[in-house]
Every structure is written in C-alpha cells, then in structure tokens.
Design a protein around this ligand. Structure first.
Ligand SMILES: Cc1cc2nc3c(=O)[nH]c(=O)nc-3n(C[C@H](O)[C@H](O)[C@H](O)COP(=O)(O)OP(=O)(O)OC[C@H]3O[C@@H](n4cnc5c(N)ncnc54)[C@H](O)[C@@H]3O)c2cc1C
Length: 273
C-alpha cells in the first residue's frame, strides 16, 4: 500500500473542502491503487462505442466507491508501458517527474461494470477518431494489450429520498447507465448525443445536438420541462453542457449549488488529462 506524505494528504483535504463549497460532495478514496491490466476482449457496441474488457488480479479485491467510478487510464501506444511511481496522491505529479520519452498518456474513463470474481472490468470508450491518445489507443486495442490503471473515485452521491435530475452526453453514458442500474427512485434523466446513431436502449429523455455545440440541445429540453423541485443534480459530459446545466439549475430554478455535482468530462478543442 503506498504511503503518502503529510503535505500530499493536506493538499488533497484542502482541495476537497474547497470543492465542497461550490458543488455536491463526491465519494473520495484514501488510497489510489495503481497496477497494470490486460485487455481480454473488445466488443463493438456501435459505430461510435467500443467496450474493452480488462483483467487484472487486483480487480478481485478492488472496491468501487460509487456507481460512476472513474479511473485514470495510462497508455503508451506503440511503446512499452512504463508505470509512474504510485507514492503521490496526484498521479499528474508522478507523471511530470518521468522522462518524456517513457511517460505514459493519462485519460479518465468510467468503470461500466466490475466483476470481482473474474478480476475484470468493462470500459465503454467513445471512439472519436485519432485526435487524442485515449481514442487512438481504444480504437486499436486488441486482446493481450496492456494499459495502466490508476484508481480515481466517484461523484454520484445524492441524499436519500431526494428528487434527482441527471444530465449526460455520450461520454457520460457509461456512468449514467451504471447509476440507473442501482437507482430505484423515479428520476428526471436527460441525455444529449450528436445524433440518433448514438442512442442506446435506455428509457430517458433523448435529445440530439446534430450540428450544434454541446449543451445546445439538452439545455432547452431541461428549461422547457415542468419539473418538481430538484434536490440533487448530476451533470456530466462536455464542459459547456455540464456548466450550462448547472448555471440553469442555480440561476433559474434556485437549486443550491452544493446540491449539484457537475464535471466537464471533455472540452471541445482541448485535451483532457
Ligand atoms: C470522470 C470522467 C469519466 C469519463 N468516462 C468516460 C467514459 O466512460 N467513456 C468515454 O468515452 N469517455 C469518458 N470520459 C471522457 C474522456 O476522458 C474524454 O473524452 C477525453 O478527452 C478522451 O481523451 P482523448 O485522448 O481521446 O482526447 P483528448 O486528447 O483529451 O482531446 C483531443 C481532442 O479530442 C476532442 N475530444 C475529446 N473527447 C471527445 C469526444 N468524446 N468527442 C469528440 N471530440 C472529443 C477534444 O476536444 C480535443 O480537441 C470521462 C472523463 C472523465 C473526467
């Protein structure tokens, strides 16, 4: 088990407290497991989404903190995978300490399913061309490939028996699907995807952005809906979508900002490390 310095632990505590002043609390980890995993299967879910199954013995005892559990995927396309040191809480600090020619790429993904007895996880990747190391790696992955796993945490943490609104795009569909699998309360769920070909078999309100910017379809859909008081909201996806939904809920519906979990899973025109 890695031993983190007092400075690292203080920094993460301060960052957590600061975040909780402006958004809903997340599920935090004390220890960030890190290990190498092996691809065991690749399934084409659609022309846009690939499910990659990974195996690692560590997954037999790994514990999820919540349904939308995310992790850092460390890849080294075309090179040997060299893992960063695991003694820092912030994996980016460890990556910066590595020589550039061996430093792996880091991108964040969701554990769509976890099967402890088999030591497996499934991860659903949106394949959006060749623009970044995440999509590049996922597009070419085959059984036997190696990638690094760095534990993250999870964000979905509504109070019991509250009225919940969820908003997501295609990158947050794996997290949203996992949340819906464990939720029993009725919820208001909005999903914005580029067009009908991204739709999956989920009974939610689907909206299509077609050639519009992220958030351009889901915001009017939420604004135009008569909803009961929203007591907790989770809005994840492209940055403008997540912040736009939050702004609407706070400014136009009077939702407490500390009752909204939002995360920019990606940003048009920028890499998301
Ligand atoms: C907590 C968390 C959980 C996530 N879970 C998932 C998940 O389960 N599945 C998943 O597919 N993604 C998920 N994402 C989003 C994923 O990390 C980003 O899409 C990331 O940018 C992909 O890295 P990349 O190397 O492909 O592109 P980057 O190097 O980050 O970006 C390169 C270019 O590609 C563009 N780009 C990035 N993503 C997309 C996209 N989806 N569509 C179109 N253009 C894009 C960027 O704007 C940029 O111009 C998650 C992100 C977070 C923070």
């Amino acid at each position: 088990m890695p031993h983190y310095s007092a400075f690292d632990r203080f920094t993460i505590k301060a960052a957590t407290k600061a975040a909780e002043l402006v958004m809903a609390p997340a599920n935090r980890r004390e220890v960030f497991d890190q290990f190498v995993m092996t691809v065991t299967a690749v399934t084409e879910l659609s022309e846009h989404m690939r499910r990659i199954t990974f195996h690692a013995p560590e997954f037999t005892s790994f514990e999820l903190t919540g349904p939308d559990e995310y992790f850092g995927l460390l890849t080294a396309s075309g090179r040997e995978l060299v893992m960063p040191a695991d003694d820092r809480i912030n994996v980016r600090t460890s990556l910066r300490a590595m020589a550039e020619d061996v430093r792996p790429d880091l991108r964040w993904y969701t554990i769509r399913a976890h099967r402890p007895p088999a030591g497996e996880i499934d991860v659903d990747f949106v394949v959006h061309g060749d623009a970044g190391p995440g999509t590049r790696w996922a597009r070419l992955a085959i059984a036997g490939d190696k990638a690094g796993f760095r534990a993250g945490g999870s964000a979905y943490r509504p109070p019991t028996s509250s009225s919940v609104l969820l908003a997501a795009d295609e990158t947050a569909l794996p997290a949203l699907s996992a949340i819906l699998e464990v939720e029993t309360r009725p919820m208001h769920v909005f999903v914005e995807v580029p067009d009908e070909s991204y739709r999956v078999d989920l009974d939610v309100e689907w909206v299509f952005r077609r050639s519009g910017a992220p958030g351009s379809a889901v915001l009017p859909a939420i604004q135009g809906k008569a909803l009961p008081t929203v007591e907790y909201a989770w809005a994840c996806g492209e940055s403008a979508l997540a912040t736009g939904v939050r702004r609407h809920l706070v400014k136009e519906r009077g939702v407490d900002r500390k009752a909204i979990m939002f995360s920019g899973y990606w940003k048009v025109g920028s890499a998301r490390m």
